[in-house]
Design a binder for this molecule. Structure first.
Ligand SMILES: C[S@@+](CC[C@H](N)C(=O)[O-])C[C@H]1O[C@@H](n2cnc3c(N)ncnc32)[C@H](O)[C@@H]1O
Length: 861
């Protein structure tokens, strides 16, 4: 905080801290507690009728003046507290008028009322004297609102001081609270009360009429204790009595009134001056200079000063023309605000700025505030095993407090609190529900899988959406649940088991390879890996651990994955042909930009409505970038608007399996011509390959290469290697000599043709020969190494003929051309095999067949 900021802070009257209420206040939301009117104005400076009247109520009552003289330090608040008592002495109608104020009083510690009642008779009488005059003018107040108005008018005349800035409504509401008190008070002041009831007339009269005809004869007759009153008011009876004292008393009253008027004028001037001062003080807020910023960077900022500055800058940005410093631009204020918000909420500046620009200023603060609050715990009923009603009942019986998540879902239950751990109930263990954020229902609802379809969940672990898809499919058709992370696949498998999913197969591929693995799906869900900016309340580390580089890599992968997802779908599907892209991030580059990119790259696709009837429309332009207008059909969800994790959903319909310039889907990637924007996008993303190419729109490239980094390159090569036609197998015997596991494996039951007895015999003979040969070589001292996959022989991969692997360069060098082969734990020197072999395989479909992790050497003597 710079000096200027500190000065401003000192000069200001301590803006409220940046808590929820302030945020609501900044946004002017109705749920916020109505802010106290400042300077006689409402929250937005609207001079309300009553408020305005009260602005004029700067005149102190006589009793107040006297107390002031006596050094009474009661604030004006206490004045208000006394008013009902005073009013109560009048009559029922007035009591109601006064009750308006009492309502406020009650809300603010009406306990003082009794103390007021306990005040000395004399003082009460004096008050009465002062207050009766205007009260009497309140004749004819006939409705609550009018009565309030009367009361206000009364105040205007009486010059009661008042610092309460409450509005008319509050006063009217307060009426009811007073009924009991009215009764209490009637007894003591009954006579006067009766007198008041006779009064009538309208408010206009009250406002304009000074003291004309105020006291009735009855008033005067009844006013026993009101001797002073009688003296204070000119009446017919007074006149009749021709008492010269009356004239002098009248003059005194007039003098008093003049004094009061004068006092009122002075007070008003002071109030006005104060208002001006306040405005001036506020306007004196200045942005810190560059030096101040640097200096402040050295020391930890005082968070309350940061709050103050945030409030001030927001206020200025919301009324920029009028409140800005003359030589400062909007961006300077915005830059400072971003820094302050980052400090206040604990983000790095980079991420905060990215998120800040998604919203108008005040809404951005609401978003950041919402990220500080956990989202509701939600479970999804597993309809494969139970119904929501039954589940709810079972959980209620266990002491779980819950309700339906909202009309938009038939399977969600929101948990408020629970006597038992919600992730360990018998129902949970039995797979009756999945603990799942409400937002993660959305992409599956949008995907809307139909029974008997083939669905790919490309990034599926830990399976929240897979199991929902399976449930919607009612365990028909099939779901390929894929995830590139093997460990996460274990959780995916476990969840599928627990929830009774029977139509899913788990695969462990990089999703980008998918069209080459299996294609022709009716629907594909791509719940892409993302930055997690929608789930900051769950994982606050996102606030500081995301850099520009992370976003570049993520968006790069997301773009590759979305093309793979599109290419995995069969446009000719009778029931489907859809792709849903979703992320739990709210940044535009991970969402609209990715989908827009896909539309450009795959003109055989179009955006269709998500089928979700809530959520905000996707951006069709953002900070100078424009997207396809159909992106308006995509949906955004935010914590501060839907009280669910930030989320994005786009639904794509594939219209054809071919698109201009493509031969077919399989080879499209290799043949696609790089569009100009594509190269630009790739370069923007720092893609080396595209940058190297340097020829816009000319080179024919294998698509993914256009934006691949080294790591991707390796993956693609591995993938190409895997999918290219296999090298001719070595003759079984030759292969078996080097690797007994290379012998043709037994055919699957019911699969290939039955082998004849002869074939089996010859196979055994071959094995025997191979073993014999190996033993002989071992005896000769040859070292034999065979690389065997951890789960070789168990998987599909192992059943395929092994691919030749490259000889170990180290061994080759050592042995002068001889390989190092180990068989059955015995390693001996010997001639190098013509082609060293490896057994390939994977525990889970899709494990890299060669060169990947999970290999081990069996090596011993
Ligand atoms: C947002 S999470 C998926 C959550 C999941 N859909 C669910 O509802 O439970 C993203 C997943 O993508 C996986 N992933 C990351 N890169 C991948 C890739 N290239 N191919 C396939 N999966 C990938 C991650 O391992 C992670 O499990």
């Amino acid at each position: 905080m710079g000096n200027r900021g500190r000065q401003a802070r000192k000069q200001q009257k301590g803006p409220a801290p940046l808590d929820g209420k302030l945020v609501a206040r900044l946004s002017g939301k109705p749920e916020a507690a109505p802010p106290k009117a400042q300077n006689g104005k409402g929250p937005k400076g609207k001079p309300g009728k009553v408020v305005k009247a009260k602005q004029q109520k700067k005149l102190p009552k006589k009793s107040q003046l006297r107390r002031d003289e006596e050094g009474d330090d009661s604030d004006a608040h206490s004045e208000l507290e006394q008013e009902p008592v005073v009013g109560a002495r009048g009559n029922g109608k007035l009591q109601k008028a006064e009750a308006g104020k009492k309502g406020l009083v009650n809300g603010k510690g009406g306990g003082r009322e009794k103390a007021v009642q306990a005040e000395s008779e004399d003082e009460e009488e004096e008050e009465e004297e002062e207050e009766d005059r205007p009260v009497k003018k309140a004749k004819g107040a006939d409705g609550k609102a009018k009565k309030v108005k009367s009361a206000v008018a009364v105040e205007e005349h009486s010059g009661w001081d008042d610092v309460e800035d409450d509005d008319e409504e509050e006063e009217v509401e307060g009426l009811d609270d007073l009924e009991d008190d009215d009764e209490l008070m009637e007894g003591s002041e009954g006579e006067e009360g009766e007198g008041w009831e006779e009064m009538d007339g309208d408010d206009e009269e009250i406002m304009n009429d000074d003291f004309e005809g105020i006291p009735s004869d009855e008033d005067l007759e009844e006013g026993d204790g009101g001797q002073q009153i009688t003296m204070g008011f000119n009446s017919d009876s007074d006149a009749e009595e021709g008492d010269s004292d009356a004239d002098s008393e009248e003059l005194e009253v007039e003098r008093e009134a003049r004094e009061l008027d004068e006092q009122a004028r002075v007070d008003e001037e002071l109030a006005e001056a104060e208002l001006q001062t306040n405005i001036a003080e506020r306007e004196r807020f200045t942005l810190p200079s560059g030096q101040e910023i640097e200096r402040d960077a050295q020391v930890a900022e005082d968070i309350s000063l940061v709050q103050t500055r945030i409030s001030e800058i927001v206020r200025i940005l919301n009324n920029f023309k009028e409140l800005k410093e003359p030589d400062r631009s909007r961006s300077e204020y915005v830059d400072q605000l971003i820094k302050d918000l980052a400090t206040y909420y604990g983000y790095n500046d980079y991420l905060l700025e990215k998120l800040f620009h998604l919203f108008p200023v005040t809404e951005a603060i609401e978003f950041f505030e919402a990220n500080e609050v956990p989202r509701p715990v939600v479970i999804r009923t597993n309809t494969l095993k139970t119904r929501r009603r039954d589940l709810a009942q079972a959980l209620i019986n266990r002491g779980v407090n819950l309700e339906a998540v909202g009309k938009w879902s038939k399977v969600g239950l929101q948990i408020f609190d629970s006597a038992v751990p919600i992730g360990a109930t018998p129902e949970y263990l039995a797979g009756h529900y999945m603990l799942q954020a409400a937002s993660s229902f959305l992409p599956v609802m949008s995907l809307a899988p139909q029974e008997n379809e083939r669905v790919l969940d490309m990034c599926a672990a830990p399976g929240g959406k897979t199991t929902y898809i399976a449930a919607l499919l009612k365990n028909t058709g099939m779901v390929i649940a894929n995830d590139a992370n093997k460990d996460r696949c274990k959780a995916l498998i476990a969840n599928c088991h627990r929830l009774g999913v029977k139509n899913a197969a788990i695969s462990n591929y990089d999703g980008r390879e998918f069209p080459g693995v299996i294609g022709g799906f009716d629907r594909v869900l791509l719940d892409a890996p993302c930055s997690g900016t929608g789930v900051i309340s769950k994982d606050p580390s996102v606030k500081v651990n995301k850099s520009d580089e992370d976003f570049r890599l993520l968006t790069h992968i997301q773009k590759e994955l979305i093309l793979a997802a599109i290419d995995s779908v069969d446009a000719g599907s009778k029931t489907g042909g859809y792709i849903v892209y979703s992320t739990c991030s709210v940044t535009v580059e991970e969402n609209e930009e990715v989908v827009n990119y896909a539309l450009k790259k795959r003109p055989n696709c179009k955006i269709v409505p998500c089928g979700l009837d809530f959520g905000r429309e996707g951006f069709i332009s953002f900070r100078g970038k424009t997207f396809h207008p159909s992106l308006v059909h995509t949906r955004r969800y935010y914590p501060h608007t839907q009280n669910m994790d930030g989320f994005y959903v786009a639904k794509i319909k594939k219209t054809s399996n071919k698109y201009p310039g493509s031969k077919d889907v399989e080879t499209a990637a290799a043949d696609a011509e790089e569009p100009e924007e594509e190269v630009e996008a790739a370069e923007e993303n720092g893609a080396k390959a595209a940058a190297k190419k340097g020829k816009k729109g000319k080179a024919k490239v294998i698509e993914p290469v256009a934006f691949d980094d080294d790591e991707d390159q390796k993956l693609i090569e591995a993938s190409l290697q895997k999918h290219k036609p296999k090298a001719p197998k070595p003759a079984p015997v030759e292969a078996a000599i080097h690797d007994p596991t290379a012998l043709p494996s037994k055919p699957k039951r019911g699969g290939q043709e039955e082998r004849s007895l002869d074939e089996k015999r010859s196979e055994r003979a071959l094995k025997k020969a191979a073993k014999k040969d190996a033993m002989k070589r071992l005896k000769d001292g040859e070292e034999i190494t065979v690389e065997v996959d951890e789960v070789a022989g168990k998987s599909e991969g192992a059943e395929k003929a092994p691919e030749p692997a490259a000889p170990s360069p180290k061994a080759a060098a050592k042995e002068g051309g001889k390989g190092k082969v180990q068989v059955n734990g015995v390693a001996k020197k010997g001639p190098a095999p013509s082609k060293p072999t490896t057994a390939a395989g994977a525990g889970i479909a899709g494990q890299p067949a060669a060169g990947g992790a999970g290999k081990r050497k069996r090596s011993s003597k």
